[in-house]
Design a protein around this ligand. Structure first.
Ligand SMILES: [Zn+2]
Length: 210
């Protein structure tokens, strides 16, 4: 979700740039139109108020008015086109903003969920630590040393239940000959998985009884 949010942020920057470029283009188009409109108005006024008496000058003024009107129409068409592009770009940017808002909401819900789970795991770890500290003094030192040694090379887990003839640490099925040895071993003998080396814990479900 964070990667998606980052992609959206990049897209939003690009969309914002596109909108402001087009808005600038629109305002340029407007600035270009303004003096032409003013000139047209001035000329129309001069024609209307009869201050130009020379027929040749009047005719050229009328000609210029005609030319200015065509020029204005052309510039207005161009401006209209830019305005449409501005609207399209703004709509695209708004869609991206909406998407980003949705992603932000989901992200914040996910973060809250993650924090909640982390805090639950922290309390579970604390509980297990307490339990371990309570049990550890009763475990013989050499067995504890063996456990610790195996655990450091086996992802923190130095012992596994022997369940239905399998080591639950690495899933290896114990072969028949070894099973017979295991079944005959005294209760306090430390059995180990041949594959992963973990200390095997015997239970009623280990499959050692014939
Ligand atoms: Zn194993």
């Amino acid at each position: 979700m964070q990667a998606r949010r980052a992609t959206l942020a990049d897209a939003l920057v690009a969309a914002d740039t596109a909108v402001s470029d087009l808005e600038l283009e629109q305002s340029d188009a407007e600035s270009e139109l303004e003096p032409v409109r003013q000139r047209l108005a001035r000329n129309e006024k001069r024609i209307a108020d009869g201050t130009v008496s020379d027929p040749k000058a009047l005719s050229s003024l009328i000609e210029e008015v005609d030319h200015l009107r065509k020029r204005i129409a052309k510039l207005e068409d161009a401006e209209l086109e830019v305005m449409e592009q501005v609207e399209t770009a703004q709509a695209g940017r708004d869609r991206l903003r909406d998407q980003a808002a949705v992603v932000d909401e989901e992200l914040s819900a996910l973060s809250a969920k993650r924090d909640q789970q982390l805090s639950e795991l922290d309390s579970e770890v604390a509980e297990r630590r307490t339990e371990r500290d309570r049990i550890a003094p009763d475990v013989p030192a050499d067995l504890m040393a063996l456990y610790t040694k195996v655990a450091t090379t086996r992802g923190g887990v130095g012992a596994a239940e022997l369940r239905q003839r399998r080591c639950t640490g690495c899933s290896l099925e114990i072969n028949a000959a070894e099973l017979r040895q295991f079944a005959a071993a005294p209760e306090d003998e430390v059995l180990r998985c041949e594959e992963c080396g973990r200390i095997l814990i015997r239970t009623a479900h280990s499959g050692l009884q014939p």
